[in-house]
Write a protein that binds this ligand. Structure first.
Ligand code: DOR
Ligand code: ZN
Length: 363
């Protein structure tokens, strides 16, 4: 029986680290488990230029330095934030060249306007207004990350990904001349089928723990549960099963993206609850428990550590992360100064526990 499992240190290809006080609280969780993370640009004041991405990166690195000086992470812990720029209809196409030249911007992120948290300044007409910019992205080989949902209020919230695939992704796939350039967050059976449809397409998808564990019934089970409200919203059980099969299959087009998106408890348990689940505190324990539950722990390293860098032609990480088979309870609440966060699966028992090297004294 396996009771310990060591894998190459994973990367998180989709995370929200926020800013200011919240950044200081959450960055530690990501840094302990992941060697690199793609940092989303949807801050309250979105990161819309290269200059802003460089400044945000500095704030992240400063926050990590502070943790090191407080001995909360090892001085030798290496973490690379992969920065992104929030695309707008008005973003000049030359911004792509500036971004490339900076050496720290990894990708542009497409949020269809008003599709999710802080996306009101996002894109209204991608193909009409951003075609030159899309050309430039391909010229310099920079990925486009996509929040794959229409925001059209006439479309049922559970159908928004399917409609987005028909209206936007099919065209993006056709016009994209470069290999491995589009990463979408796909969280339905149709999304999985779209990725699998063409092995040579430039499209891959990240999958979150919440979409692997829960379906839309869970949002309403025993009352309305705001901590399971995220966007794209949880879907049907058949979608969850399709995602579980895709993630655990080892297929190179699917890889880890937590979409960890912290909101203070007061904004979640609110008459108008914010979308987003916080899972960074125990992301690898969640993924390992899920993979183990279907007997596919052998494919965890592909999903978490290899498929992502391979898709982007980046080196695989050299560091390692060890997971232990040991029941552990997800805390009911995470607290730091004035901030309270309810983590995903709060109060639930997980079968696997990740242990960052520095936490060894827990044992
Ligand atoms: O649930 C979500 N929360 N989905 C997103 O796309 C954004 C995120 C956030 O920033 O809170
Ligand atoms: Zn996100």
């Amino acid at each position: 029986m396996i009771d310990k499992f060591t894998i190459t240190k994973p990367d998180d290809w989709h995370v929200h680290l926020r800013d200011s006080q919240m950044l200081d609280v959450v960055v530690l969780d990501t840094v302990k488990q992941f060697a690199r993370a793609v940092v989303m640009p949807n801050l309250q004041i979105p990161v819309i230029t290269t200059e802003m991405a460089i400044a945000y990166r500095e704030r992240i690195l400063n926050s990590i330095e502070k943790l090191k000086s407080e001995n909360r992470i090892e001085v030798g812990n290496i973490f690379e934030p992969l920065m992104t720029i929030y695309l707008q209809d008005s973003t000049p196409s030359e911004e792509v060249l500036r971004a490339k030249k900076s050496g720290v911007v990894f990708a542009f992120k497409l949020y269809p306007a008003s599709s999710t948290t802080n996306s009101q300044h996002g894109v209204v007409d991608l193909l009409g207004n951003c075609s030159e910019l899309l050309e430039n992205l391909q010229k310099v080989g920079m990925p486009l990350l996509v929040h794959s949902e229409v925001s059209d209020r006439r479309v049922d919230i559970f159908d928004r990904e399917r409609v987005f695939i028909d209206r936007v992704m099919v065209i993006l796939r056709k016009i994209s001349k470069f290999k491995n350039s589009i990463l979408s967050i796909f969280l339905t059976k149709e999304g999985v089928d779209f990725v699998l449809d063409d092995d040579n397409s430039p499209i891959a998808a990240t999958i979150t723990p919440q979409h692997l564990i829960y379906n839309r019934n869970d949002i309403f089970f025993g009352g309305l549960n705001p901590h399971l409200y995220c966007l794209p919203i949880l879907k049907k059980e058949e979608d969850r099963i399709a995602l579980l099969n895709a993630a655990t299959s080892g297929n190179k087009k699917f890889f880890l993206g937590t979409d960890s998106a912290p909101h203070d408890k007061s904004f979640k348990e609110n008459a108008c609850s914010c979308a987003g689940c916080y899972n960074a505190s125990h992301a690898m324990s969640l993924y390992a428990s899920i993979f183990d539950s279907v007997g596919r722990l052998d494919n965890l390293e592909l999903f978490a550590s290899f498929n992502g860098p391979d898709f982007y032609n980046l080196p695989r990480n050299k560091e390692l992360l060890t997971l232990y088979k040991e029941d552990n309870i997800v805390p009911n609440e995470l607290t730091s100064n004035d901030i309270k966060i309810i983590p995903l699966s709060a109060g639930k028992i997980l079968k696997w526990l990740y242990v960052a090297v520095f936490d060894f004294n827990l044992f």
